[in-house]
Design a protein around this ligand. Structure first.
Ligand code: DAK
Length: 257
């Protein structure tokens, strides 16, 4: 499916979603966010899709929420727009979401990348939460997810001063999993997505769920949650197949059941 603000294609069980407002560095307008959430939820329901990649273009992943949408908004208009719900809907997606970032990932763009399950970036990537320069603070999780990803000191510096960080710094602090030449970013991300897509899908989803739980609970509760998912996977045909294939020294055939 292709719409104007988010272009999508499917490749080997991987859906690739490209943010498509290049003239404004993929600023995340209300309409773009609507299309993005609709696309992501559609692919989350689609049995053929096992993993998704969100990307932008060489100059920008996304330079933030569209400042024009917010400049004259009243608190009640912001309240009625209820943008948080859309971001929450992305957070609820069961399948892994990967971000392939080149260029600017600022404000809401950085938050969208961090809402994904892992980030691969090109050498020209710049991550930042520059909202302070607009008289606001991050509104879609930046203070929480950036702090968890890079630690308190750097998050404080980035959010309080608006400083952006390079791809190398992002790698050093664990915000991204890999830095590659700009022209390879999408290809490398798809490679990881295809690796994930080749794994037993229910186990992948339960692993994602358990990892995300690590950010929500105490260690004891997280361990309990992990254990329940671990037991539950013994109800899948894929668990039998995986273990039988190992004993029979053959490649497993996953059914997603
Ligand atoms: N919004 C709207 N237009 C933008 C934009 C943005 N965030 N970023 C760039 N553009 C537009 C520019 O206005 C320019 O348009 P024209 O002038 O050509 O019409 C075009 O994109 C090219 O940008 P520049 O000419 O500025 O390009 P440069 O290379 O000189 O500079 C830059 C690139 C990225 C350094 C610069 O454009 C920049 O500083 N952009 C703004 C970055 C920023 O402040 N981002 C944070 C925005 S606030 C929420 C969810 C999310 C959020 C809030 C709430 N809820 C759930 C409620 C998020 C808030 C934000 O992200």
């Amino acid at each position: 499916m292709s719409s104007s603000l988010v272009l999508s294609e499917i490749q080997n069980h991987v859906a690739i979603l490209r943010l498509n407002r290049p003239q404004v560095l993929n600023a995340l307008s209300l309409e773009l966010m609507d299309e993005l959430v609709t696309c992501i939820e559609m692919f989350d329901q689609d049995e053929q899709i096992r993993c998704m990649v969100i990307t932008g273009n060489e100059r920008a992943f996304a330079a933030g929420a569209d400042i024009g949408d917010m400049a004259t908004a009243t608190p009640i208009e912001m309240y009625l727009r209820d943008q948080f719900t859309k971001w929450e809907r992305i957070r609820k997606v069961k399948k892994p979401l990967l971000a392939a970032v080149n260029g600017y990932a600022l404000g809401g763009g950085c938050e969208l990348a961090m809402l994904c399950d892992l980030i691969v970036c090109g050498e020209n990537a710049r991550f930042g939460q520059p909202e302070i320069q607009l008289g606001i603070i991050p509104g879609a999780g930046g203070t929480q997810r950036l702090t968890r990803a890079v630690g308190k000191s750097l998050a404080m510096q980035m959010i309080l001063t608006g400083r952006t960080i390079s791809a190398e710094e992002a790698l050093q602090y664990g915000l991204v999993v890999k830095v590659v030449p700009v022209e390879c970013t999408l290809k490398e991300t798809i490679k990881i997505a295809e690796e994930i897509a080749a794994k037993p899908p229910i186990a992948v989803q339960m692993a994602k769920e358990a990892i995300l739980m690590a950010f929500e609970t105490s260690l004891s509760e997280g361990l309990l949650f992990e254990r329940k998912n671990f037991y539950l996977l013994f109800a899948t045909e894929d668990q039998k197949e995986g273990m039988n294939a190992f004993t029979e020294k053959r490649k497993p055939q996953w059914k997603g059941k």
